[in-house]
Design a protein around this ligand. Structure first.
Ligand SMILES: Nc1ncnc2c1ncn2[C@@H]1O[C@H](COP(=O)(O)OP(=O)(O)OP(=O)(O)O)[C@@H](O)[C@H]1O
Length: 101
């Protein structure tokens, strides 16, 4: 976890967003269930991002040169991050939009 936070720019950004959204959670005094959903969303995104980083590192280790199959593998792995990020954004909107309007 510390290795990821120290070396990966995308995890650093997600960590800052996680801290920010946690602060927002305290500000709006979200419910116990909303905290569970928010924490799951944060954990999902950062966990899958960590796995994506591992896939990228393995790919670069086994094939440092340009390779269509490696490109496809990296795209699929990045796609997994995209899926959980979209879902996490929707969860955030479901929690906070009603509090803002
Ligand atoms: N060896 C390769 N062969 C073919 N395409 C590659 C290769 N390496 C990267 N790519 C393409 O470039 C994209 C970005 O790959 P890269 O490894 O730079 O990840 P990244 O998304 O920049 O991740 P991060 O910012 O976390 O390092 C991949 O999704 C893939 O499409």
């Amino acid at each position: 976890m510390f290795l990821l936070l120290r070396t990966e720019a995308s995890i650093k950004i997600q960590f800052v967003i996680a801290l920010f959204i946690t602060g927002i959670g305290f500000y709006f005094e979200i419910s116990r269930m909303e905290w569970i959903m928010q924490l799951l969303a944060i954990g999902m995104v950062m966990g899958i991002e960590g796995m994506n980083t591992a896939v990228e590192k393995i790919a670069d280790y086994i094939q440092p040169k340009y390779d269509l199959k490696i490109g496809l593998i990296k795209d699929i792995s990045a796609g997994a991050v995209m899926i959980v990020s979209i879902i996490a954004t929707i969860v955030g909107l479901i929690i906070y939009v009603p509090k803002l309007i």
